[in-house]
Design a protein around this ligand. Sequence first.
Ligand code: NCD
Length: 306
Amino acid sequence: MSRHLLAIRLLERPQIEELIDLGRHYKQKVESNEGAALTPGGSVGLLFFENSTRTRVSFEQAASYLGLRVVNFSGSGSSLSKGESLKDTLLTLRYERLDAVVMRHSASGSAQMAARHFQRPVINAGDGEHEHPTQALGDALTILQRKGRIEGLKVAIVGDVLHSRVARSNAWLLQKLGAEVRFVGPRSLMPSSTGLLPGQVFYDLRPGITGADVVMCLRLQKERMTDGLLSSVREYASMYQINRRTLKSASPEALVMHPGPLNRGIELDDAVADGAASGILDQVQNGIYVRMAALHWAFAAQEAGK
Ligand code: NCD
């Protein structure tokens, strides 16, 4: 049976903890220059049908630290641009003998569909507005490093929750690991189905981040917005920007996070983004280690089932 990593919502707490522990293990290996190659190795396809910098680079880094062969594949240079369906693309890649695929796609639910057709491990690198599980795992490792625990922390997720797969994966992970989750943002950028998500909703920044141990900012996803969702970016920044003044409502030791790419001066000001409270660059590095964990996890199950 193939082991996929499609959504944090589908994992149990022990599986999430196993992945984070594996990430910690690989962090130590890479930082001490120890070999981390998986035996036996194999090939992994990186299928990015949407733009990406950090996720794509960190999966490439992760795969190369693990000694896996990487086959890169992007939407524009492939048969998808000739009208081939995702199903046929995945079937083709199965018979091209790829052992696993990492996929980013603009359609929510596409990772699940890919898993059905590929029948070998699929790791979701972001599917539309649904989930981005490895981002949440890297963020969890960052919180654990900086705060020593997740259980009992108050975590405020601030901004464009409506379009954010990062918000959804993080909220599920944090709730399963015992944190108190809050969603903070304007009504127009909050999903109508917040009742189905694990967290309390706040429309005002100050009460939303009061006493928060972690403030997780989200990018305004202008490419996914239909007109009229936001009256102006400047107005958004005046109401929801995390800066030295607004951060005073959070816990004095609050950790500030952002998955990137940042709109500097909108979600966050420079002083906070580049200051001591920021965990942004740790998030980038930890992304590599949890992606090594995700690949190991998928390959180990594949090997066991042979
Ligand atoms: C996020 C994504 O693509 O979902 N970025 C990332 O993976 N680091 C968030 C975003 O694009 O705003």
